[in-house]
Design a protein around this ligand. Structure first.
Ligand code: SF4
Length: 426
């Protein structure tokens, strides 16, 4: 496949892929608050204040579980019974909590008020509260809001909502440039920047930035490349600012990373062969490291329950680069536009299932008995008890998995539960 082909031809091909079955029913997913656990590490002078209940506070604490911080960059403002009875009280209480927080933590430059199911149920208008508090605490602190509520959303949509809230704050610029969109580990970001520089694409900026004051500029000459597949609202917000998306598969595995980089190169008029020559040693290293992993993964069957929205690119990577056999690829939502290049690369006969009904999915998994099941935390323990080897999909958001250097680490995340299950069976 040629570089330009990664964006244009596969996109056209994807229009011809088989219809994707869509199911309705109960799902088992975390809510968007979960995104705070990786986002707070990314924007170093931001603070995430969840306006929610004790349940929300517990979720955050258990999701953040192992991380102990002297000064955490997230907290929950608990809505008490009094708040539930009167919105005026809730707003006053919120203003007081924010005032105290910003006084105690002078390093905070960006405060997100994060909505939850309880704040939505009582119709607490956090957008208006953010405007009010923004005026009070300007210019030192910018205050924004987004919803992490679990009502009809899945856990990666928290990042999408957070990044979409940042887009209107980005300064305007008519200068050409590439924006890489999606929270990446810093080590991955540095590698991507080096590779794009070497190819000759740039200047390159990243969203989210590492610091609130470093929000990149945007305008009609900005081209953007998604590093994460679940950013549909952010994509729309960027397009409203005039930026244009570069269609590409996602940078998972040696092949995915190469196609992603080729697509960036094509947008800058750089031929695929020149991109390939620039990245050849990195790609060769990744392929060699993957070959070492594939001996244990080839021909193993895998079943994805819908959870992270990473399922389709992961299935593509595991099938094409490691020889695994996806039996079912459940995904909570399928954005056909953003996923067109990935769908075209899925092996014949592998069709995603959208918005899967968890009970029906469990029945199929039990009938198919996959070697490995990728699912949310809620399903993992019962499935392990039934003898399934499971992989928590949330780990794929906490771990650096994109790019050449991480390709083998990504494979390792799937190899380990199989090895563990083998040891248990021995
Ligand atoms: Fe539960 Fe909703 Fe709070 Fe998430 S936002 S922890 S789903 S109450």
């Amino acid at each position: 496949m040629s570089g330009a082909g990664a964006s244009a031809e596969t996109g056209a091909a994807a229009c011809a892929v088989a219809p994707v079955p869509a199911e309705r029913g109960q799902r088992e997913v975390f809510c968007g608050l979960t995104g705070i656990v990786w986002l707070h590490r990314k924007i170093q002078d931001a603070f995430f204040l969840v306006v929610g209940s004790r349940t929300c506070a517990h979720l955050l604490q258990s999701a953040a579980g192992v991380m102990i911080f002297a000064e955490p960059r997230f907290a929950t403002a608990i809505l008490g019974e009094r708040d539930l009875a009167g919105l005026a009280d809730a707003n006053e209480e919120l203003d007081r909590i924010v005032g105290r927080l910003l006084e105690r933590r002078p390093e905070i430059r960006l405060l997100f008020l994060v909505g939850s199911c309880p704040s939505e149920v009582i119709k607490l208008d956090l957008a208006r509260a953010a405007q009010r508090l923004g005026r009070v605490h300007a210019p030192r602190v910018r205050v924004l809001s987004y919803s992490g509520s679990g009502i009809e959303t899945t856990f990666t949509q928290g990042e999408d909502a957070c990044l979409a809230a940042l887009v209107p704050e980005m300064p305007a610029s008519a200068e050409p440039g590439l924006l890489v969109v999606g929270a990446l580990a810093e080590i991955v970001e540095d590698q991507m920047r080096r590779l794009l520089d070497r190819i000759g694409v740039g200047p390159v900026a990243f969203l989210p930035p590492r610091r609130a004051g470093e929000l990149p500029a945007i305008g009609p000459n900005t081209r953007f490349l998604l590093a994460q597949p679940f950013l549909s609202d952010t994509t729309m917000a960027l397009e409203r600012r005039g930026a244009r998306r570069i269609a590409a598969p996602f940078p998972l595995g040696a092949e995915g990373t190469t196609l992603w980089l080729r697509s960036a190169g094509a947008a800058w008029g750089i031929p695929a062969a020149a991109v390939d020559a620039a990245v050849a040693p990195d790609r060769a290293r990744a392929q060699a490291a993957l070959a070492a992993k594939s001996t244990e993964l080839a021909d193993k069957s895998i079943f994805f329950f819908p959870d992270s929205q990473l399922e389709v690119p992961l299935a593509r990577f595991l099938a094409r680069e490691l020889g695994m056999k996806p039996l079912e690829v459940g995904t909570p939502y399928l954005h056909r536009g953003l996923m067109a290049e990935e769908l075209a690369l899925l092996p014949a006969g592998v069709t995603p299932v959208e918005s899967q009904d968890v009970e029906a999915g469990l029945d199929r998994a039990r009938a198919l008995r996959p070697d490995l099941t990728v699912c949310g935390l809620g399903l993992a323990n019962p499935l392990e008890a039934e003898g399934f080897a499971t992989k928590w999909s949330i780990e794929l958001l906490f771990s650096p998995i994109q790019g050449y250097e991480q390709a083998a680490d990504l494979a390792e995340l799937f190899r380990r539960p199989l090895a563990r299950r083998r040891r248990l069976a021995a």
